[in-house]
Design a protein around this ligand. Structure first.
Ligand code: XIL
Length: 331
C-alpha cells in the first residue's frame, strides 16, 4: 500500500477532505488512511441545519461530527454566513416584509450560538464568512451585493465573527473565498481582512478555496496571493482544493476517460502546487481537498452537468494517480 498523505505531511500541514454522509460510507478506508481533517460539504450550511425559524436539522451534520470524533480527525466548520444555501425565512419579518437589521442580527447570533455551541468539542475552526468579496473587474467594486449587505450593512461581517467568538472563544475563525489568486480579488480580500484586524475583530485565518484547474490560475498568481495574505500575520489554509482537467470555460461533455496527457499534466501541476505549499508551510496550517477521490466531486455537476473532471489524487476506485506519486515525494 502507498504511504499515507497525512503521515508524509505531518510536520507541514493537515491534509483534509470534504465529506458527506454518503462518502463517509463509500470512501471510508481512503479517508481514514490518508486524511486527518474533514469538512462537511453541505451539511453545516444554514439551509441544511436551520431550514425554518423553529426547526434545526442536525442529523447529517451529526454523522460527520461523529466520524471525526471516532477517527480523532480535525473538523472544520463550514459555513455560517453565505449568500447561497441560506433560507429565505431568515431575511423576512413576521408580516412577510424585509427583516429589520436588528431582527436579522439577532437571528444570526442565535443560529451561531446554537450551531457553534453544539460542535464546540470537535470543530476547531469555522469558515465564519464565505465569499462576500465581489468578482467584478470594476475598480470600485468591493463587497458582493447580498441580502446580508442590503439589510445589515457592511458590519454583518464583523458581527458574524464577534458572535462566533462569543459562542466558542477557542475556535479559529476564518474568512473564506474563491478566485483568491486573482490580483483584483486578492487586494480586496486583503483590504477586508486588514480592516477587520484594525477594528479588533476576532479573525484568525484566511481560507483559499483553491478551485483550480490544469491551466488556471498561474503559479505566479498563487504565490503572490499566499505572499500577500501571509503579510496579514494570520494562518492560511487551502479549504476546497480541486484541480479539474478542464478550463473553467471548457464546456465539453464527451470525454468518458481523461485524454492522453491529461493525468501527466495534472501530476506536474499538483507537484508544483504542493512544492509551493510546502515552501510556505510556516504559514499554511491545512490543505483540504473538496472531496477525496474521482468517484465523487461536486464538479460532476458544476459548471457542467454530467461529466467527469478527475480533479483529485485518487482515481474512481481510490487507487493513487500519477499526481499522488508526485505529491508524496515532496516532504
Ligand atoms: C458546493 C457543494 O460541493 C455542492 O454539493 C453544492 O451543491 C453547492 O456547494 N464554494 C463553497 C462550497 O464554499 O460550499 C461549495 O460547495 C463549492 C464552492
Amino acid at each position: 500500500e502507498e504511504e499515507s498523505l497525512k503521515a508524509l505531511y505531518k510536520d507541514a500541514f493537515h491534509i483534509g477532505a470534504a465529506v458527506n454522509p454518503l462518502t463517509i460510507d463509500s470512501q471510508r478506508s481512503l479517508l481514514a488512511y490518508h486524511f486527518n481533517s474533514l469538512t462537511a460539504e453541505n451539511e453545516m450550511k444554514f439551509s441544511s441545519l436551520h431550514p425554518e425559524e423553529n426547526l434545526y436539522t442536525f442529523e447529517n451534520a451529526d454523522v460527520i461530527a461523529a466520524f471525526a470524533r471516532e477517527q480523532g480527525m480535525a473538523l472544520r466548520g463550514h459555513t455560517l454566513v453565505w449568500h447561497n444555501q441560506t433560507p429565505d425565512w431568515l431575511f423576512e419579518n413576521e408580516t412577510g416584509g424585509k427583516a429589520e437589521r436588528d431582527l436579522l442580527l439577532e437571528r444570526l447570533r442565535s443560529h451561531i450560538q446554537t450551531v457553534v455551541g453544539r460542535y464546540k468539542d470537535v470543530i476547531y475552526c469555522w469558515d465564519v464568512v464565505n465569499e462576500v468579496i465581489s468578482d467584478e473587474n470594476d475598480e470600485s467594486a468591493f463587497l458582493r451585493p447580498s441580502k446580508w449587505l442590503d439589510i445589515v450593512g457592511e458590519d454583518f461581517i464583523a458581527k458574524a465573527f464577534e458572535f462566533a467568538h462569543e459562542a466558542d472563544p477557542q475556535a479559529l475563525l476564518f474568512y473564506n473565498d474563491y478566485n483568491e489568486s486573482n490580483p483584483h480579488k486578492r487586494e480586496r480580500i486583503y483590504r477586508l481582512v486588514r480592516s477587520l484586524l484594525d477594528q479588533g475583530v476576532p479573525i484568525h485565518g484566511v481560507g483559499l478555496q483553491a478551485h483550480w484547474n490544469l491551466y488556471d490560475p498561474t503559479l505566479d498568481d498563487m504565490r503572490a496571493a499566499i505572499e500577500r495574505y501571509a503579510k496579514l500575520g494570520l494562518q492560511l489554509q487551502l479549504t476546497e482544493l480541486d484541480v479539474s482537467v478542464f478550463r473553467f470555460d471548457d464546456r465539453r461533455t464527451e470525454l468518458t476517460r481523461p485524454e492522453k496527457g491529461m493525468l501527466e499534466l495534472q501530476a506536474e501541476r499538483y507537484e508544483s502546487i504542493f512544492r509551493l505549499l510546502y515552501e510556505y508551510r510556516e504559514h499554511i496550517s491545512a490543505v483540504t481537498f473538496w472531496g477525496a477521490a474521482d468517484d465523487y466531486t461536486w464538479l460532476d455537476h458544476f459548471p457542467v452537468r454530467g461529466r467527469k473532471n478527475w480533479p483529485f489524487l485518487f482515481d474512481e476506485s481510490h487507487a493513487p494517480k500519477p499526481a499522488y506519486e508526485r505529491v508524496a515525494q515532496i516532504p
